[in-house]
Ligand binder design. Sequence first.
Ligand SMILES: Nc1nc2c(ncn2[C@@H]2O[C@H](COP(=O)(O)OP(=O)(O)OP(=O)(O)O)[C@@H](O)[C@H]2O)c(=O)[nH]1
Ligand SMILES: [Mg+2]
Length: 232
Amino acid sequence: MRLTLVLLTRNELPGLRALWDRIPFEAVEDVLSVDGDSTDGTLEFLAARGVRRAARPSAGRGEAFRIAFAEASGDALVFFSPDGNEDPADIPRFRPLLEEGCDMVIASRMMAGARNEEDDDAVPLRKWANKAFNLMANLTWNRGPFISDSINGYRAISRAAWERLALDGRGYTIEYQSSIRAMKLGLKVAEFPTHEGGRIGPGGSPALPLGLQFLRLFASEVRAGRRFLTRL
Ligand SMILES: Nc1nc2c(ncn2[C@@H]2O[C@H](COP(=O)(O)OP(=O)(O)OP(=O)(O)O)[C@@H](O)[C@H]2O)c(=O)[nH]1
Ligand SMILES: [Mg+2]
């Protein structure tokens, strides 16, 4: 199976510098960077290392996923954000599960053996919110094994599954939508435990507006039901 490692970046120069030598590029056949108009030297860093960049910049992560599938050559894409949250040592763990026939593989911050960035916080608000959204999705649509982290961006999706999912989610909702639709379709989703690190460098997603976007996405998926299937 041919795997493309997709590097998702918007001003991640500090993270790229810190992580670069730990990324196991030998574990994939193809590398593609999809960038959201970085201005901090991220583009120059990647170009100097010969990384192919998607022709179009992505306004938001949703668009970045769509551009990646349009431009990558892999049978499955592994999405990696070099911002410190995701452990590059996990990259080789996606392949065996994809080759076994999984449609989607998620690095979970919520299952036994995993670590969430907020595990040491007295009030891990973001983790609780993620767990609530995750439970809502599982209770509403999942008829298969419980998915513990339907929101984490660190995941792989096969091209065949991607085509069936017909995702139109914007920004940071894309992963949640991909998990929800995988549940609706009864796709085969596997998870393995990951250790979430702290963010390297400035940036990050705004928690409250993001929560509202997730709620809106959930409501629109309730309304959509299985109608996205008709677009195929
Ligand atoms: N291609 C692309 N990547 C993006 C875009 N927005 C964010 N990213 C990248 O997506 C990854 C995750 O974004 P973050 O902003 O760290 O989101 P988060 O992990 O929820 O937030 P933190 O917990 O604060 O790190 C990072 O590598 C970003 O650089 C975009 O518009 N286009
Ligand atoms: Mg992050």
